[in-house]
Design a protein. Sequence first.
Length: 189
Amino acid sequence: MRGEAKPNVDDYLARKAENEIAVPEGLRIAGARVARAIYTFRNKRNIAHIGEVDPNSIDLAFTAHAAAWIMAELLRVATGIKMEEAGRLIEMVQAPIGSLVEEIDGVRLVYGHVSIEEELLILLHSHYPDYVALKDIQESTKQRNSGSVGNKLRSLAGEKLLVGDTKKGYKLTSPGFDAAVQAIRKHTP
């Protein structure tokens, strides 16, 4: 496939990938076939190209879950961990925030009955792994008391759930990311 001007992805997945005997069978056969299904949805269900069919939430959910399965299988094969553990790691990365966070005119709003701590964690998760400027955090949380937001940022930094300062901005640490995922799951049906 290397060097081709326009590679034939479907042909590669159907004929070559399944014959790579150095790759474990589950990934070689099932992985290649799942990848072909994703590629088909990409091309035929208007996910990457304008077409007759508008993508819908079911199409998008299928492709997201199929891609997550492939990632979990790759992680399992590469690390030797069990599939369930690999799946949990992939779930942590894919915590759903769509119904909790909305961006309007460059301002991200966190919805739901969440504490200031949860709001900050969810907000920073929506920007992860980037730093978020203090002015952007303040704009997103302007319905809250600014002193309380500042105190909570310092408290979360003290707990090592985030790093940063008023000049650089703030971002989640690994434990902060995990805490954000828990908050998202708590407030997502």
